[in-house]
Design a protein around this ligand. Structure first.
Ligand SMILES: Cc1cc2nc3c(=O)[nH]c(=O)nc-3n(C[C@H](O)[C@H](O)[C@H](O)COP(=O)(O)OP(=O)(O)OC[C@H]3O[C@@H](n4cnc5c(N)ncnc54)[C@H](O)[C@@H]3O)c2cc1C
Length: 304
């Protein structure tokens, strides 16, 4: 197939057409860089990851500031230049419904067909709680409704194996997840987690509550002890005691931390695949080495 034909084929594809084929998806998440040098590094990363034949990649939507406008262009550029199916994240933070409609139109015109519909986190400030923009939305389920009504997008939503930090209990959280799916979400991508028990319990409960769409596991390769502690404190995930002890025992030796982190991720992903996971979504932090090492070690057939 020519590159132009591959681009055309990929650009018209929806992620839900790859799911449910009996093979897991393998996907990579990036964030829009702030600088030209960052963009050059990101496209090097994408080139490194390309031979792994990702099912799709996704681009986050900034919490505020200048990178937000870059998401649409970056997703379109990845599809155009790298011929990889790409999904745009979109949040409700700081936007009216009309503004979001405008962004959805831009995505559609740019050939983007997949959107991860999110509420977003509260802006940094004294409130510490999410306050919806006047004329905007307070929950991702409302955004899902808008995305669905605006164009025929394939819509993903976020799920939380250990519960969303703001939620009072996991059952309520799953009821809210069901609302997002009932409103039009056709797959779930989870927050990072390190103990598969949390994922299996979440998936089992979701199925019991009638959430039947594919659930893709979010995987964060551990590269650095202080960085991972910062991430888990922000998203409310926990790190198994044995893994934390191992990482702290080699904290001063970056290569030993890397080796322990990769070992954990490979074991985690192998176990997930053995238990029929619908997909593995890697939080790459725009770097390729760890993701390449994990996916190569896994050597699993996947959908693309
Ligand atoms: C895979 C993934 C990708 C992400 N990408 C980004 C990104 O690109 N940019 C970014 O800024 N953030 C991103 N986030 C973070 C996300 O925005 C935060 O976790 C945010 O706090 C919640 O978003 P949500 O879409 O899950 O919100 P919601 O589904 O709205 O849930 C948020 C909270 O509100 C509760 N809730 C939901 N609906 C209702 C209701 N009707 N009534 C009462 N309570 C309700 C839920 O239980 C939960 O506690 C991502 C998270 C994940 C898991």
């Amino acid at each position: 197939m020519s590159q132009a034909a591959a681009i055309q084929q990929n650009a018209s594809m929806r992620i839900d057409s790859l799911l449910g084929r009996g093979l897991p998806t393998i996907s990579f998440e990036f964030f829009p860089p702030k600088t030209e040098a960052g963009f050059a590094q990101l496209f090097n990363t994408i080139n490194d990851l390309h031979p792994l034949k990702p099912s799709y990649v996704s681009v986050t939507y900034g919490a505020g500031g200048s990178t937000r406008e870059k998401t649409v262009a970056l997703v379109a550029r990845i599809q155009r230049e790298s011929a990889i199916l790409a999904m745009a994240h979109l949040t409700c933070v700081g936007h009216t419904a009309d503004e979001i409609s405008g962004i959805l139109d831009e995505l559609w015109v740019a050939g983007v067909r997949n959107v991860l519909a999110l509420r977003g986190d509260p802006m940094a400030g004294p409130q510490g709680q999410f306050i919806s923009t006047p004329g905007g939305f307070g929950h991702a389920s409302e955004l899902v409704q808008l995305v669905r009504s605006r164009h025929d997008f394939c819509i993903g939503v976020a799920g939380y194996p250990e519960g969303h930090p703001e939620c009072l209990n996991r059952t309520r959280d799953l009821e809210m997840l069901k609302q997002k799916v009932d409103n039009g979400g056709s797959f779930v991508v989870t927050q990072l987690f390190f103990d598969n028990y949390d994922f299996y319990r979440f998936r089992d409960q979701a199925r019991k509550m009638g959430i039947t769409v594919p659930i893709i596991a979010g995987i964060m390769p551990i590269l650095n002890v202080s960085q991972i502690k910062r991430f888990i404190s922000m998203c409310g995930a926990k790190i198994p005691h044995q893994l934390l002890t191992k990482l702290e025992s080699v904290e001063q030796d970056p290569e030993a931390v890397y080796a322990a982190g990769i070992k954990h991720s490979v074991e985690q992903c192998r176990d997930l695949v053995a238990h029929g996971v619908d997909g593995l979504h890697f939080y790459t932090l725009n770097k390729s080495r760890a993701t390449v090492d994990i996916v190569r070690a896994l050597d699993v057939k996947h959908a693309y």
